[in-house]
Every structure is written in C-alpha cells, then in structure tokens.
Design a protein around this ligand. Structure first.
Ligand code: KG4
Ligand code: ZN
Length: 336
C-alpha cells in the first residue's frame, strides 16, 4: 500500500510517499528555519503562510521523486494534531482536497505517534511492544507502545519539553534558533563536570519530568557571571547542561523500564538526535541487557516519511477520517 503523507505541524513543510509503513519511496522537507531564526523562534503566522506557499510544490516533488502519479497512490495521510493550529490547518485542508479529488481514503496521524514510527522505517523488523522516550521541541514523554496504535503515557514533562530547554539554554548562550543541535556540538568539546546544575525531579511522580528549573539555573549562572565580570566557558556549560538533561531523561526512562519489566527501549523525536543521549541510551541498554532502537538522525526531526509510516498502521487499525477532519492543537498520544 502506497501512502502519500503530509506534515505541516510546525516549521517544516513536508511530503513523502511510503510503502507498507516501512519503505520510503520519497521524502521532501522544506524547512522555514532560516526565516524563524530572525525572530529567535517559530512565528506561527509566518509558519502558516509559508506552508500555504510551499505545500503544493512539496507534494508534487514527493510524487516526482517517487516516480509516481496520484493514480498510483492508495491513500492520503496528514498530521492533524498536535501542533500550531494555523500550520496544521494548511496540511489538513490540502490533504482533504487531495482525498476529495481522488476519492482515496484520508488517514489522520498524531504527530508524536509519527515520531515513534520513524523507528519502523529505520528498523524494518521492529514491532511493539516497547517503551519509548519521545523527546521533541514541544513534548517529553515516556510512552508504553503496546501496539502500533495503542499507547499509554507513563510519564511526561510538567513544564518545558527537553528540546525547548535545550533551545532556551542555547539562546541564553547566544546561539541562533533552534540551538539544541549547536549546543550538542559545542558540548562535545567541554567538561561536563565543570558546572554543577540541578537534576530536577517531580515529587511523587517518578516518571515525570521538569526542566524549567534547570533552564533557570543556567540563565542565572550566566547572569551572575556577567554581573561579577567572570567568564563562562561555553563548552563546559554546554557539556554540563547537556549532561543534566540527559541524566534526567535516562533516569526516569530506565526507572519505568525496570518497573514495567520491559526489555526493549526506543527513542523518538528531534532530541533523540542528541549525541550524548544516544551514547547514554546505548551504554545503559548494554549494561541492562535491553534492546535499543533509535531513529536514523535524518528521521529524528520533523518529516513526512514518519507520517506515512504511522499512517499505514492507523489505516490497518481502521482509523480513517471523514471530510469534517479538523486540526487539533493539543491532543494526547493515547487519544484513541
Ligand atoms: O521533533 P522536532 O523536530 O520538532 C517538534 O516536534 O518539536 O524537535 C525539535 C527539537 C528542537 O528543540 C531542537 O533543538 C531539538 O529538537 N534538537 C536537539 C538536537 N537536534 C534537534 N536537541 C538536542 N540535541 C540535538 N542534537
Ligand atoms: Zn516533531
């Protein structure tokens, strides 16, 4: 089954053709990041307008690269939640139009479920059940993936997402948006024990995260140093901050893995590209004799190939939308 998929939940306009949930026939991503960088973050109004301008070209290009026409496509899939509402609406309406014009089924896809599905492309034999750490710019979740479309949230952030914390810390250190990637690169050069930062936990919720305190500590540390005329060693602060975030992420994840008795751990989302997170997951999984799967780095960030992958399993479970499908800004991953 060949699915044409569309993603427009944030600042990438993307389209792909994916066969049977695992084989990517094409994947096109038009990023708006350069424009949003001027403002230090995503400007929702600009994102929606750029999606509207790019979407038809991106979809055409996905078909061209797959050497297919709309006649060869079996279904149209689209990210409908969660995300920036105006941005999502562009993809949803375009997909509805395509579905209506061609008579092909319309498959609604949850953005975080699609991040998880990036692993089905990278690891063609991977099947649920597994425990998944979903870490992106907007979410930090520990999810028990019982089946392709059946999941349970075990833990989540109470405030900032891990990606957001990386971006805000990076911004305070003068790096352009989104700073997570650059902070990661600079951290490779530093001493992670140079600065002592808190490892916040959430009382009585052993699997939940809280990153806002950690972010504030970095901001305070920088401001205090500036006031006293002390120099901050950027490499060391990046390394210490990255270590604190990764420790928080892995501590709760493996606490949950141990408590639930799972033997397979998966990572997903933009932050799963983080070098230290990948190294630590590999180290701990080897130590605990658990199997680990992470997406290939090119599939960690937002793309439509992952949407096409998840869409296949949604379709197989009977999840097909009517033409009244609407975009939804916030929706739990276990919505159905
Ligand atoms: O999943 P994603 O592409 O978009 C959302 O759904 O939010 O995640 C983007 C987030 C950004 O916060 C970005 O800074 C972060 O992922 N990110 C990283 C790395 N690569 C991307 N954070 C830390 N280290 C990285 N290597
Ligand atoms: Zn995402």
């Amino acid at each position: 089954m060949k699915i044409l998929s569309i993603e427009s939940s944030c600042d990438e306009t993307a389209a792909a053709v994916v066969e049977d949930g695992r084989i990517v026939l094409s994947s096109v991503v038009a990023s708006q990041v350069e424009e949003h960088r001027l403002y230090g973050g995503v400007v929702p109004e600009i994102a929606s307008r750029r999606h509207a301008e790019s979407i038809s070209g991106v979809v055409k290009e996905a078909l061209t690269q797959a050497e297919l026409t709309l006649d060869d496509i079996d279904a149209i899939a689209v990210t409908f939640a969660p995300g920036l509402i105006g941005a999502l609406l562009v993809g949803v309406n375009f997909a509805k139009g395509l579905s209506l014009a061609t008579g092909k089924p319309l498959i609604p896809v949850h953005h975080l479920r699609s991040h998880i599905a990036a692993n089905y492309i990278t690891h063609v034999k991977l099947k649920p059940p597994f425990l998944c750490l979903v870490v992106s710019g907007g979410h930090s979740h520990i999810v028990m993936v019982e089946d392709y479309t059946k999941m349970k949230v075990i833990g989540e952030t109470r405030d900032d997402a891990a990606g957001e914390a990386f971006d805000k810390a990076a911004r305070t250190m003068g790096m352009p948006y989104p700073g997570g990637v650059e902070l990661d690169k600079i951290a490779e050069l530093g001493n992670e024990r140079a600065y002592s930062l808190p490892h916040p936990t959430v009382a009585d919720s052993p699997y939940d995260y809280s990153f806002s305190g950690l972010k504030t500590s970095v901001i305070n540390l920088i401001h205090n140093a500036e006031q006293k005329g002390n120099t901050i060693i950027k490499e060391d602060l990046c390394a210490s901050f990255r270590r604190a975030v990764v420790d928080c992420l892995t501590e709760n994840l493996f606490r949950a893995a141990d408590d639930l008795g799972v033997d397979t751990v998966v990572a997903a989302g933009g932050v799963s590209a983080n070098t230290l997170l990948r190294r630590e997951l590999a180290r701990i999984c080897t130590e605990k004799n658990m199997k680990l799967y992470v997406p290939r780095v090119s599939l960690c960030g937002d793309n439509a190939a992952m949407v096409g992958a998840q869409a296949y399993f949604e379709y197989m479970s009977g999840n097909v939308a009517d033409y009244d499908l609407n975009a939804v800004a916030t929706l739990p991953i276990d919505y159905r």
